[in-house]
Write a protein that binds this ligand. Structure first.
Ligand code: SF4
Length: 166
């Protein structure tokens, strides 16, 4: 708990918004009580925080959300998500999917790239000791989140098509 408290105290100062603008959380208490960890960052939308992260009002569209608050501890998850979005875009293009779907994927990729670039620049400018400390506390927070998994993205279950022979 002590390690976690110290990690939050450091990390709250490195939070950004969906555009990558520094948006430090005013206190460690606010980081813990007014936000909830969701797949690619923290969420500050009050009703979703109250629901423990399972009631996103806009279907987890983080990159366009005013309540999205990523920090360096989420970098690997955001980068993984960018890779997944790129794969989805390739598939959409290969399938001749409507342009608005492809555009939406591209816009999400560009927006999350902005978040990653901003976080990486922030880290590069830090003195070596501070950078190492930030990497350590990022690992602590990832471990804490792994022990209490974040909600999975909602995927509706679609009934399998029945064979015409049946
Ligand atoms: S998209 Fe949903 S879960 Fe993500 S930050 Fe916005 S309100 Fe929260």
């Amino acid at each position: 708990m002590e390690k976690r408290r110290k990690a939050v105290e450091t990390m709250r100062q490195h939070v950004v918004d969906r555009s990558g603008n520094p948006t430090p959380t005013p206190s460690a208490t606010a980081y813990e009580s007014r936000s909830v960890a969701v797949p690619f960052g923290n969420c500050t939308e009050p009703s979703n925080v109250k629901a423990g992260g399972s009631r996103c009002p806009i279907r987890f569209q983080f990159s366009g959300c005013a309540f999205y608050r990523p920090d360096p501890s989420f970098l690997p998850a955001v980068e993984d998500h960018i890779r997944a979005l790129k794969a989805d875009r390739e598939m959409a293009l290969a399938l001749g999917t409507a342009q608005f779907v492809v555009r939406n994927l591209s816009d999400q990729i560009d927006s999350l790239h902005g978040v990653v670039t901003s976080l990486r620049q922030q880290i590069e400018l830090m003195p070596d000791d501070d950078r190492r400390h930030l990497e350590d506390v990022s690992a602590v927070l990832r471990k804490v989140r792994a022990a209490a998994p974040t909600p999975v993205l909602p995927v509706s279950s679609i009934p399998a098509r029945r064979s015409t022979d049946e």
